[in-house]
Write a protein that binds this ligand. Structure first.
Ligand code: ADP
Ligand code: MG
Length: 240
């Protein structure tokens, strides 16, 4: 579903990604860990061309994202992204936020967009919050609206960048539960997070990134319990 090959990313003199290869199979959940500044967010952003890699190739669901002929707005509908900061429009209701791209990008009429949006909100457990403004929702509910907004577009893959890091601890569980259900529904997912319990329970593979490279990858049991690399071991021992 995702094939990123030899990705390099420079920000001026800063070499942030140093030849990253990442393949994600359909229905796979790949979990990415690593110290702050190691390039996790930049890698995710390269997977939907929020950042343009300096070199390398990114193919998602058969679409070459770096081909100048690719309609990137069309391609991005197939690649849902959820950020640490929920990025909801504060002046729009939950349903308004979920249906905006359906109407403006996917070209659905209002009635159809509303029906799809309601169904997406129901999937994240917020059927009764459609008319609420973001400020009237908890952080966990706002993040679930952001997930509903992404899944309403029927993405082929979902990218999560620290989706629970901004949440009070008691609100984390509701968001992880929605992610678990998405995973069970067969969604292909790439998740950057520090929620190791979730990784143990739900991830097919864990990648450890450091200094712009994937240092080690393997099933969660192996990466958490018996990492082969010293750098991985040091990182895991800090976060446990
Ligand atoms: P992580 O998500 O693992 O914390 P990031 O991908 O956010 O790491 O950042 C990796 C490095 O790239 C950091 O040194 C960060 O300061 C730098 N960086 C990220 N985005 C930009 C940008 N737009 N311009 C300049 N430097 C950036
Ligand atoms: Mg980050």
């Amino acid at each position: 579903m995702v094939r990123a090959t030899a990705i390099h990313k420079h920000f001026g003199a800063l070499h942030v990604l140093k030849g990253v290869d990442l393949e994600v199979a359909e229905r796979e959940l790949v979990f990415v860990i690593g110290p702050s500044g190691s390039g996790k967010s930049t890698l995710l952003r390269c997977l939907n061309r929020l950042e343009e890699p300096s070199s390398g190739s990114v193919v998602v669901d058969g679409i070459d994202l770096l081909d100048p002929r690719t309609d990137i707005n069309h391609a991005r509908q197939r690649i849902g992204m959820v950020f640490q900061s929920f990025n909801l429009y504060p002046h729009m209701t939950a349903l308004g936020n979920v249906t905006l791209a359906l109407r403006k990008v996917a070209g659905r009429g209002r009635a159809e967009a509303d029906a799809i949006g309601q169904a997406a909100l129901a999937r994240v457990g917020l059927a009764d919050r459609a008319g609420h403004m973001p400020a009237q929702l908890s952080g966990g509910q706002q993040q679930r609206v952001a997930i509903a907004r992404a899944i309403a577009l029927e993405p082929r893959v979902m990218l999560f960048d620290e989706p629970t890091s901004a949440l009070d601890p008691e609100l984390v569980g509701s968001v992880l539960q929605v992610m678990r259900e998405l995973r069970e529904s067969g969604m292909t997912m790439v998740v950057v997070s520090h929620e190791m319990g979730f990784a143990r329970a739900a991830a097919d593979r864990v990648l450890f990134m450091d200094e712009g490279m994937i240092v080690e990858a393997g099933p969660p049991a192996q990466i958490f319990a018996a990492p082969a690399q010293e750098r991985t071991r040091a990182f895991i021992s800090q976060i446990k």
